[in-house]
Design a protein. Structure first.
Length: 132
């Protein structure tokens, strides 16, 4: 799954660069969307990110490209690899962040519940191939 975000002034920290928490929020949202598209009808919650390591600072006006791909499917959880690239005006694309996002499917009682047996991997399909 691929998404884009434009870094605007309201996303900046007191040093004038992207606030790390904003990037983590976007990653969590995009990862959740991928899991929800891949396992329709499931109720996912985030259980973790494996590593938080910002490789480069991100400036105002940067266009961020998020790539989310499935890595592992367990009985009740799914893990995605997430990569973030930046393309500042006139510059080449640089990888600025990588992590693994893990989501667990929960039932009405809030406890982990098995994933559907069939994964549609809608998050990896083109618009004309989506199965809803």
């Amino acid at each position: 799954m691929e998404n884009f975000r434009l870094v605007r002034p309201e996303h900046l920290n007191h040093h004038g660069y992207l606030f790390g928490g904003v990037l983590l929020k976007w990653l969590d949202e995009f990862g959740w969307m991928a899991a929800t598209l891949d396992f329709p009808g499931s109720t996912f919650v985030t259980v973790g990110m494996d590593e938080i390591n910002f490789k480069k600072r991100i400036e105002n006006g940067s266009i961020l490209r998020f790539i989310i791909k499935p890595q592992r499917t367990g009985k009740t959880s799914v893990t995605y690899i997430a990569k973030v690239f930046t393309n500042q005006a006139g510059a080449q694309q640089d990888e600025v962040f990588t992590t693994k996002l893990t989501f667990v499917n929960v039932g009405e009682n809030g406890k982990p519940t098995p994933l559907p047996t069939k994964c549609q991997y809608n998050s990896q399909k083109k618009e004309n191939e989506l199965l809803f």
